[in-house]
Design a protein around this ligand. Structure first.
Ligand code: FE
Length: 206
């Protein structure tokens, strides 16, 4: 099977947030679809090792800000490339919140959905949440960002390896999976999160 064929699937890009107890968190995801229209239901798929995913399992609510074409890599990096385990993703930000207390974006996003989980299925690496949309509103007239445009226009090109240093492995920037070896195959796909080789960064010999 040529798993890179799966990269031909098209997606949007989303800021996914929740509030559980007094704690808020958010991440970046590309896996959200409208799954039904009567009632309006959405399906999102979330990496199980992700703290936002763990929190949604408990809070049963989330907010989805649909990122638009003005989205910056800084936003993606802040919420998508770091974990709440080691960084305060909201430092210096004062985002509005929906009726469930989940933060949402009024810039770099074109629409916001307030969602309540009605079902979930554990798929192994990910959990599929099916949710009813309790509220929806537009925040800009900009077109939504597609995952293909994120890769083509926003994501920085990989930097050249640091000269004189020996690469001993590769780390997935999305989930932290570690691949041991100097050369990561071009068609490598992260076994944990399904992201391609371009989402890995080299780990150097110390
Ligand atoms: Fe990964």
């Amino acid at each position: 099977m040529d798993k890179t064929a799966l990269f031909s699937l098209s997606y949007g890009v989303f800021f996914l947030s929740t509030k559980n107890g007094e704690k808020i968190n958010a991440c970046i995801t590309n896996t959200a679809i409208q799954a039904a229209s009567s009632p309006d239901r959405i399906a999102i798929s979330c990496l199980n090792s992700n703290i936002t995913c763990m929190m949604i399992k408990m809070s049963k609510v989330f907010s989805l800000s649909i990122l638009d074409s003005t989205c910056t890599y800084e936003l993606i990096e802040r919420f998508g490339m770091h974990s709440a385990r080691d960084t305060d993703k909201f430092a210096g930000l004062n985002l509005p919140t929906d009726k469930n207390g989940a933060p949402y974006l009024t810039e770099q996003a074109c629409a916001v959905l307030t969602c309540r989980v009605v079902d979930s299925i554990d798929l192994g690496s990910h959990t599929l949440f099916i949710a009813e949309i309790d509220d929806a509103f537009k925040v800009s007239k900009n077109p939504p960002l597609t995952y293909a445009d994120y890769h083509a226009k926003i994501k920085p090109k990989p930097s050249a390896p640091e000269s004189g240093k020996k690469i001993v492995g590769w780390k997935c920037k999305i989930c932290g999976y570690y691949y041991e070896g100097e050369k990561l195959p071009d068609d490598f796909i992260c076994p944990l999160c399904g992201h391609p080789a371009s989402d890995f960064e080299p780990v150097y010999d110390v």
